[in-house]
Design a protein. Structure first.
Length: 424
């Protein structure tokens, strides 16, 4: 069956090239130029949405939220595409629940591989499994660091990273799991937010305000013609005629002479004065005290003023005792129903996704004779039991409860966390 992809981007050249590439690979492709058009064109025949974050009007993030909140479209996988590569944009994308996040520009092989990977894993339980894979990746990282005796992750220059820095010790720790996608800049921040790493300031870098990449060229320009052909040199001011020029233009065999009025200049402070270094433009032959500054991004070609350039902090990370305990125990937190049920390979959804699933099933219930069932399972006395267990096996008790829940569910059932120690 031919997969139908909805491509949404306002950049006509990029959208046209990508559409042609996907069609060549055998996909059926529809194109939308706005968020509103995406919502109008999307249907259950769409296998995947490639969604730019910079759509006019309703941007890509807002459009994705509308797709996710609609029970008829919430299960259609979405790949968000952006020219922004900063950590916060990537975190926002993953936290919203997008299948993937791709940074422009990219090559043909990359986009085809990402599209194929998303279409291959399109199942009800795919999102929780991806979340579990990210958790697995962080655990592999922590275990690898502990085994290597690495207590501190120091940034090192990395031309391939959007920040210009990478973490080689993290790459070594992840070498045992090459099949797992791991974005060090994103995941290290997550581990820091969760208390597994303590971060300390290491450096600050300038980033393009358009694509958030470090590869910038800072230019000094002539304020009159904006040429970069500037020279800076020692300058003299002749009091008698007011001429200002580089000192080299005043030098003659007998000493100093004004090139304008041909008067000898003998006494500094009486005949002439030294002027703070001036700039001279070879293009328009102007002289001036201060040039203007411009910044050009070598990655996306964006030109900006110095004031609009973004700043990003680069951090070093130190493992905390919490991280060492997690690595030793092989888990990030204590016993939770969600974690234990996920370990049983059940599709576990967070509350927001579960609500979307319920809305979708409500729509379906109008078309089928037999309605679905919602069950609330609560362990309100679980903590009391743990506190009063007195030598009994609370872990065994807990997993017995989990096995009981699993025994009463089908493979197509979904489970969502409702509150602490309870699931829906």
């Amino acid at each position: 069956m031919i997969k139908h992809i909805l491509l949404a981007d306002d950049l006509e050249r990029w959208g046209t090239d990508l559409r042609d590439l996907l069609v060549t690979e055998g996909y059926e492709v529809s194109v939308a130029r706005s968020g509103e058009q995406v919502l109008a064109d999307v249907s259950d025949e769409i296998s995947l949405v490639l969604l730019s974050t910079t759509l006019p009007g309703m941007n890509g993030f807002e459009t994705f939220e509308r797709l996710r909140d609609n029970p008829l479209t919430c299960k259609i996988p979405v790949i968000l595409v952006s020219g922004l590569s900063d950590v916060q944009t990537r975190l926002r994308t993953l936290d919203m629940g997008a299948e993937d996040f791709i940074i422009r520009p990219f090559d043909d092989a990359e986009i085809l591989a990402r599209v194929d990977a998303v279409l291959q894993r399109r199942t009800v339980g795919a999102k929780p499994r991806r979340r579990q894979r990210r958790s697995d990746a962080r655990m592999i990282l922590l275990k690898g660091l502990v085994e290597q005796g690495v207590d501190r992750l120091a940034p090192a220059i990395d031309a391939a990273s959007p920040l210009g820095y990478g973490y080689p010790d993290a790459a070594v720790a992840m070498a045992s799991a090459p099949h797992i996608e791991f974005d060090a800049l994103v995941e290290l921040e997550r581990l820091s937010d969760e208390g597994y790493l303590h971060r300390a300031f290491a450096d600050r870098v300038h980033l393009c305000p358009e694509c958030h990449h470090y590869n910038l060229n800072f230019r000094t320009l002539c304020p009159f013609c904006e040429s970069a052909a500037l020279r800076q040199m020692e300058t003299l001011h002749h009091f008698k005629c007011g001429h200002v020029a580089p000192i080299g233009e005043y030098r003659v065999s007998s000493g100093l002479e004004c090139p304008k009025c041909k008067t000898a200049m003998r006494v500094a402070g009486a005949d002439y004065e030294n002027v703070p270094d001036q700039f001279f433009c070879d293009a328009c032959e102007s002289a001036f005290g201060q040039p203007i500054f411009s910044v050009t991004c070598f990655r996306c070609g964006h030109v900006a003023s110095e004031e609009t350039v973004d700043l990003a902090d680069v951090w070093s990370y130190e493992l905390t005792n919490k991280a060492r305990l997690a690595a030793a125990g092989g888990e990030f937190a204590g016993l939770t129903l969600e974690g234990a049920l996920a370990a049983e390979s059940r599709p576990v959804l967070d509350l927001e996704d579960f609500q979307a699933e319920v809305r979708r099933e409500l729509e379906r219930s109008e078309r089928y004779e037999r309605p679905f069932t919602v069950a609330l399972v609560s362990l309100d006395q679980y903590r009391v039991f743990l506190e009063s267990s007195e030598g009994r096996d609370p872990v065994g008790y807990f997993h017995e409860v989990v096995r009981t829940i699993v025994a009463g569910t089908r493979g197509s059932d979904v489970i969502g966390e409702f509150r602490d120690d309870a699931v829906v």
